[in-house]
Design a protein around this ligand. Structure first.
Ligand SMILES: C[S@@+](CC[C@H](N)C(=O)[O-])C[C@H]1O[C@@H](n2cnc3c(N)ncnc32)[C@H](O)[C@@H]1O
Length: 245
């Protein structure tokens, strides 16, 4: 039963503070028929839902799509396909669907995989992606520390493989952001130390949430620093010769 009224909105809901949701995402949440978010197979928690809740009308159903915590590519693909089919079925029944995701919808986001799978399986369906404020934009603002200035550049890295990519790529840039840094902080610290960047690096956890913490001595993150919601801002040398703090 196809309908031209059904649509998928992929909404980035910002880094944590509900006031950091865009007006556009907030307005869309007011009129969709159902809200989906990624969940784990282990619990019912969704930070994206907690953030967006204030903007979702009470009678709008909120559903979690559970993604297995696995590195098995086949298992992941099967989960995306199954969830994409759920979303496609909603749209084909004429429903307006929001899929909410933390930070920006297009930055290291489950939504990216889901959206591509929906469009692969049903290219005729309308999909509108709405950007959100990223975690590292919020961290930069929280620290009053500009991300990039003048002719500087910025390298966005996943820390999931430790300092490997930093060692390969960071020589040509002044500013580096590590997301997904929490598990491999020891190797990331070693790589930063080798490049003389440890002193100008800062970690922000739970950014824009009441429990936000800032760690300026990254070595103290060793061992205990296992907070998934942690990112690292790193700096080589500002164009004007000044060091960022
Ligand atoms: C899968 S990525 C999602 C990135 C997100 N889409 C964004 O635009 O920021 C998850 C990583 O983002 C970072 N992150 C997301 N929200 C954060 C927050 N509120 N505080 C600190 N780091 C955060 C952490 O590095 C975390 O491991």
């Amino acid at each position: 039963m196809a309908s031209d009224k059904g649509i998928l909105y992929g909404l980035g809901v910002g880094p944590g503070d509900p006031d950091l949701i865009t007006l556009k995402a907030g307005k869309i949440l007011q009129h969709v028929d159902v809200v989906y978010a990624a969940g784990s197979t282990k619990n019912d928690h969704s930070l994206a839902v907690n953030i967006a809740k204030a903007h979702i009308p009470e009678n709008t159903p909120i559903k979690l799509l559970r993604f297995p915590m696995t590195s098995d590519k086949g298992e992941k693909k099967r989960a995306w396909e199954s969830h994409a089919r759920t979303i496609i079925s909603e749209i084909e029944h004429g429903r307006k669907v929001a899929f909410i995701t933390l930070g920006d919808s297009m930055t290291y986001s489950t939504y990216g995989y889901l959206m591509k799978t929906v469009l692969d399986l049903a290219p005729h369906l309308p999909v509108v992606s709405v950007p959100g404020i990223t975690s590292y934009q919020a961290a930069s603002a929280s620290l009053n520390r500009p991300l990039v200035e003048g002719e500087e550049s910025l390298l966005l890295l996943s820390g999931a493989r430790g300092g490997h990519r930093f060692r390969q790529c960071s020589a040509c840039t002044e500013n580096i952001v590590f997301l997904k840094a929490y598990k491999n902080v020891i190797d990331i610290n070693d790589a930063l130390d080798e490049a003389g960047c440890l002193e100008t690096s800062v970690a922000v956890s739970n950014c824009s949430l009441p429990e936000e913490t800032v760690t300026r001595d990254l070595r103290t993150l060793d061992g205990a620093g296992k907070n998934y919601w942690t990112l690292i801002l790193t700096h080589r040398k500002a164009e004007n010769g000044q060091t960022k703090k």
